[in-house]
Ligand binder design. Structure first.
Ligand code: KG4
Ligand code: ZN
Length: 356
């Protein structure tokens, strides 16, 4: 109890000073990451242990293996981040950790580690929503970015358009009604025999292809800013099977390019429309799919044509990392939102709870 009170007092003092160096931990899926971030904007260090090679053997993330590998990697990754920052643990002001959404076992490793460390150091603990982390990667890449702005978040498990009203306050404008964009990329990659992780490799292959060669449908959704990728994915997977049954060779690069164009058109159309209707001047991009080359080019081109300022983090900060968690944790800390030792993993938590 005393420990909790001290940590809360420290959090209050940090919020009043408006400064904090936060150690952030991310373990929601298949990357174990740690970073030290100063005042939500300056990256002092960042370390990642990727599990991709192991999961590639199975064609996707195996949750139990992910949890075990996080347990092994957490200590060395944190030590690496601290060494890179040239700091000792007692020089930290707070500890931030992703509590969801993600794989429950994977999340629990980071949450348990973060809680133990915050308790041992008697520092404030901040629970961070992973999707908020993705949005916050933009604060690291663009020091002058402040809310309000709109953000298209496209990752392996989520596809949302949100309006960031102020730090930590979001209005959900649109979302996928079924599959996330990254999920669709990964499924179609599998049909093309592209190894896990499919999305980035499909994107690379698509750069060489003719996006007009195959005609794939554009799916319409009732919600003005919503998307749907399940129908497109099924259509594309069936098309591949039919071509094979007819003994025709699939032109993989053209197939990848035509599919990528259909996904990107849907995302960009809705995101630009939502931003214009929200009367903001800035549209940001975030999430693993934000590393997609065509999505980056098209959102910049179409958004700027529409008079918007279009911002996106570099690809390294789009896929899962701890730097983005450190940025989001800072604004939660400034709002006095610190967790206690009852913090738990929430595998299905949402970014905009009020509307759920
Ligand atoms: O944000 P993220 O790293 O993890 C989640 O929070 O889900 O996103 C991973 C997703 C995967 O589906 C991956 O295939 C996709 O992002 N992805 C891409 C690209 N890079 C990663 N999809 C399309 N093109 C890419 N370049
Ligand atoms: Zn992610």
């Amino acid at each position: 109890m005393t420990q909790r009170l001290w940590a809360a007092e420290k959090a209050k003092a940090l919020a009043q000073a408006g400064r904090a160096r936060i150690l952030a931990i991310e373990s929601s899926c298949d990357e174990t990451a740690a970073a030290v971030v100063e005042d939500g904007r300056r990256v002092l260090s960042g370390a990642v242990a990727s599990q991709i090679d192991m999961h590639a053997l199975y064609g996707g993330v195996v949750p139990e293996i992910a949890s075990r590998m996080h347990v092994e990697a957490l200590c060395p990754v944190v030590e690496q981040a601290m060494a890179q920052a040239g700091m000792t643990l007692d020089q930290l002001d707070a500890v931030g950790v992703t509590y969801g959404p993600g794989l429950v076992g994977a999340l629990l490793t980071g949450v348990s580690y973060g809680k133990a460390l915050a308790w041992a150091l008697d520092k404030p603990l901040i629970g961070v929503n992973h999707i908020e982390g993705h949005v916050s990667a933009n604060y690291l890449a663009h020091p002058d970015l402040t809310p309000p702005f709109c953000c298209l978040v496209a990752s392996g498990g989520h596809s949302h358009i949100v309006k960031v009203e102020r730090y930590g306050h979001y209005t959900l404008l649109g979302q996928t009604t079924d599959d996330a964009a990254g999920e669709a990329f990964d499924k179609v990659a599998r049909v093309l025999d592209i190894p896990y992780p499919g999305g980035p490799l499909l994107d690379k292959l698509a750069e060489e292809g003719d996006e007009h060669y195959y005609k794939f449908p554009r799916i319409h959704t009732p919600g003005k800013y919503d998307f749907s990728f399940s129908g497109l994915k099924t259509h594309v997977v069936n098309a591949a099977h039919n071509l094979r049954q007819q003994g025709q060779q699939i032109r993989a690069a053209d197939f990848a390019a035509s599919f990528r164009r259909a996904v990107v058109d849907a995302l960009v159309d809705k995101a630009v429309l939502a931003a214009l209707d929200s009367a903001v001047d800035t549209l940001a991009l975030a999430g693993g799919v934000a590393s997609n080359r065509l999505l980056r080019r098209e959102l910049a081109r179409r958004g700027e044509q529409a008079g918007l300022r279009v911002l996106m983090p570099p690809p390294r900060l789009c896929t899962d990392n701890a730097e983005m968690i450190g940025s989001a944790a800072f604004y939660r800390l400034m709002a006095g939102q610190v967790a206690d030792l009852s913090l738990n993993a929430q595998p299905s938590c949402r970014l905009v709870e009020a509307q759920s």
